[in-house]
Ligand binder design. Structure first.
Ligand SMILES: Nc1ncnc2c1ncn2[C@@H]1O[C@H](COP(=O)(O)OP(=O)(O)OP(=O)(O)O)[C@@H](O)[C@H]1O
Ligand SMILES: [Mg+2]
Ligand SMILES: [Zn+2]
Length: 534
C-alpha cells in the first residue's frame, strides 16, 4: 500500500527535524543533562513538527542507548514505541476524547508505574479541544504528577488554553519552517525516493506551503502522480496556479472599462463550471499581487507565482494606478462575503465585475480616489480627449437646458422625462417589457442585468423605465447601450420610441452629490468633454 510521503518521512530524531533549531537544541540539551520537565507544551502553526517532536521526546526519555539526547531508534524500547507495543507511551487525540471522564481515567492510570519503560509519556494532541471539566481534571494531575510521568501537550491554538494549564508547562513555540529548510528537505527526500525536482520547483513548493512541511510533502505527492521529473510547471499545475489566463483577461477588461467583455467572460467561466466564489477569491489574490508589485521594490518574496507569470503581472501592474487596484480589492472583498452568504453566485459575480469596470457607479472614497488618480494621470500625460462634436452637442444641450430652466439632468442621449419637455399625455403600461429584457440578454448583457425586476410605461413616444437599480442610469448612456435598448424595444413593439427614466421623488443616488461627477459636469459646462478611462 502506498504510504503518503509526509507519513513516511516523519522525523525519527531531533537531528531530522528541520527549521526548529532552537527547540531541538534545547530539548536535546535537557535530555543529555537529565533535566527533564514533567509537562511540555508544543504550540505553533500546523505541520511544523509538534507531534513529531513529541514522539521523538517520548522515545528519547526511554531509549536504552540515547545518542546525545536523540533516541537510538534501534533498541527494543525505541522499536516498541514505534510499533506501539510499548504501552507506556500513550497518544490521546483530545479532539475525540475531550470529556472529563477520559481525563479521570487518565488520572487513575498515571499512578501505576511504567510497565517496561522508564517513563509513562502522555501525548495529548489538539489539547485545546478538551472541555472545561476535562481541563480542570487535567490540572489536578499536572499540579503533582508522579515522578515517572511526562505530559506533552500539543496544539495549534494555544490561546484556547486556560492560563492555569499554561503556567504549569514548559512551552515551545514552533515557528513556520523557512522556505530554504523546506526545499532542502524536499531535495533530500527526492534523492531517497528517486525522483528529480529542480531547485526552482522545490522553492516554489516551499513558498506555496507557507511554512508547513506537511503541506509541502502533500503537494509533492500530488506532483508525483504527474511523473517523476518535477519542474516549476508540474508544481504550478498541481497547486492550481497554472492556466489562469482568464484572470489577466478579466483584469484587462476591468482596466479598459469594457463591461461587455467582462460579463461575456464571466458567462464563459460559469458555463465551464468554474466556481464563482473561487473565481472571486482568485481575483482578490490577483489584485493583491498587483498591489504588492506596485508597492515594494522586490515583490518576488511576497508573491507566489511561477517566474514567467511574475513578468506578466509586472506588466499588468504597470498599466494600473494603485487607487484603482485598492478599489477593485474593496469591491471584491465585499462581493466575496455576499457570495458566501448565499446570494446567487452568477448574478453576484456579474454585479461585482460591473462595479469593477465602472468606478463611477460607486461614490465611496476608494472609487473617488481611483477616479481622481485617473484624471491626474490623464491630465499629466495630456491624455484627455477633447471631443469637439460631443462638445458642440453638449453646449447645445446646455443652452436648451437653460431655456427650460429645469435643473434635472437626465442621462445624456436619453430623452428627458420631465413634464416640461413633453405635452401631458396619458401613461399606459408597456406590456411587452419582459420580452424586451429577454432580448437584451443577448444584445446587451449589462442592461439585461440591471433591468431585472424593472417595469416600464408608455407616455406618447417615450418609454419610461421604472427601476430601483442605481446602475441603470449610468449604464444606459454608455457604449451605445441606448441604441441597443431602443432596438430591443422596437423589435417588440414595432415602433421607434425614445427612452426615459421614471423620475423618483426621492431617488437615492443624486449625481449632484458626487463631487467628481460635479467636477466633470462643471468642466463640461466650460466646454470641455472629458473622456477618461480608469
Ligand atoms: N520540522 C519538520 N521537519 C521535518 N519534517 C517535518 C517537520 N514538521 C513537519 N514535518 C513533516 O510533516 C509531517 C507532520 O508533522 P507533525 O505531525 O509533526 O506536524 P504538527 O506540527 O503536529 O502539525 P499539526 O498541528 O497539524 O498536528 C511529518 O510527518 C513530517 O513528514
Ligand atoms: Mg500534530
Ligand atoms: Zn533506543
Amino acid at each position: 500500500m502506498y504510504q503518503m510521503l509526509y507519513r513516511k518521512w516523519r522525523p525519527q530524531s531531533f537531528s531530522q527535524v528541520y527549521g526548529q533549531p532552537m527547540i531541538t537544541a534545547a530539548l536535546k540539551n535537557e535530555l543529555k543533562t537529565g533535566r527533564i520537565a514533567h509537562a511540555y507544551l508544543f504550540t505553533g502553526s500546523r505541520g511544523t513538527g509538534k507531534t513529531s517532536c513529541a514522539k521523538i521526546l517520548s522515545k528519547a526519555v526511554n531509549c536504552l542507548n540515547p545518542q546525545e539526547g536523540d533516541p537510538c531508534n534501534q533498541c527494543a524500547i525505541c522499536h516498541g514505541i514505534d510499533d506501539e507495543t510499548v504501552l507506556d507511551v500513550v497518544e490521546i487525540d483530545a479532539a475525540s476524547n475531550n470529556g472529563v471522564d477520559n481525563i479521570r481515567d487518565l488520572r487513575e492510570e498515571v499512578n501505576f508505574t511504567p510497565a517496561v519503560a522508564k517513563y509513562r509519556v502522555y501525548i495529548i494532541d489538539e489539547v485545546h479541544m478538551l472541555s472545561a471539566g476535562a481541563f480542570n481534571a487535567l490540572l489536578k494531575t499536572l499540579e503533582e504528577p508522579p515522578g515517572h510521568v511526562i505530559f506533552v501537550l500539543a496544539t495549534t491554538e494555544v490561546h484556547k488554553l486556560p492560563a492555569t494549564i499554561l503556567s504549569r508547562c514548559q512551552r515551545f513555540d514552533f515557528g513556520r519552517i523557512p522556505p530554504e529548510d523546506i526545499s532542502e528537505r524536499i531535495k533530500y527526500i527526492a534523492q531517497q525516493e528517486q525522483f528529480t525536482i529542480t531547485d526552482e520547483a522545490a522553492f516554489l513548493v516551499a513558498r506555496i506551503s507557507d511554512g508547513s512541511m506537511r503541506d509541502a510533502l502533500s503537494l509533492i505527492d500530488q506532483c508525483l502522480s504527474q511523473g517523476h521529473e518535477m519542474t516549476v510547471d508540474t508544481v504550478a499545475k498541481a497547486a492550481g496556479l497554472a492556466g489562469r489566463d482568464y484572470l489577466f483577461e478579466l483584469s484587462s477588461a476591468v482596466r479598459t472599462g469594457d463591461s461587455g467583455a467582462a460579463l461575456a467572460l464571466i458567462g464563459r467561466l460559469y458555463n465551464a463550471s468554474l466556481d464563482m466564489e473561487r473565481l472571486c477569491a482568485e481575483l482578490i489574490d490577483f489584485y493583491r499581487n498587483l498591489m504588492v508589485i506596485k508597492s515594494v521594490s522586490q515583490p518576488e518574496s511576497l508573491i507566489i507565482v511561477p517566474t514567467d507569470e511574475l513578468k506578466q503581472l509586472g506588466e499588468e501592474a504597470a498599466a494600473y494606478q494603485l487607487p484603482a487596484i485598492l478599489h477593485c480589492m474593496d469591491i471584491l472583498q465585499a462581493s466575496l462575503e455576499s457570495l458566501r452568504s448565499g446570494a446567487s453566485r452568477r448574478v453576484g459575480m456579474e454585479m461585482a465585475v460591473l462595479k469593477l469596470c465602472s468606478p463611477e457607479l460607486d461614490t465611496d472614497i476608494q472609487s473617488l480616489l481611483r477616479r481622481i488618480k485617473a484624471l491626474e494621470v490623464a491630465v499629466k500625460s495630456g491624455n484627455i480627449k477633447v471631443n469637439e462634436q460631443a462638445e458642440e452637442k453638449q453646449l447645445e444641450k446646455l443652452v436648451n437646458k437653460h431655456k427650460k430652466k429645469d435643473e434635472a439632468t437626465p442621462p445624456p442621449a436619453v430623452a428627458p422625462a420631465d413634464d416640461h419637455d413633453v405635452p401631458e399625455v396619458v401613461e399606459t403600461e408597456f406590456t411587452g417589457w419582459n420580452d424586451v429584457i429577454t432580448i437584451l440578454e443577448d444584445s446587451c448583457p449589462p442592461l439585461f442585468g440591471v433591468l431585472q425586476n424593472s417595469t416600464a410605461v408608455l407616455r406618447g413616444n417615450i418609454v419610461l423605465i421604472d427601476t430601483d437599480n442605481e446602475m441603470f442610469k449610468s449604464l444606459v448612456s454608455r457604449d451605445g447601450n441606448t441604441a441597443k435598448l431602443a432596438e430591443a424595444i422596437k423589435s417588440v413593439s414595432g415602433k421607434q420610441y425614445r427612452i426615459g427614466i421614471m423620475k423618483k421623488p426621492n431617488a437615492r443616488v443624486d449625481e449632484s452629490n458626487d463631487p467628481l461627477s460635479s467636477f466633470i459636469r462643471a468642466s463640461m459646462e466650460m466646454g470641455v468633454n472629458l473622456e477618461v478611462k480608469p
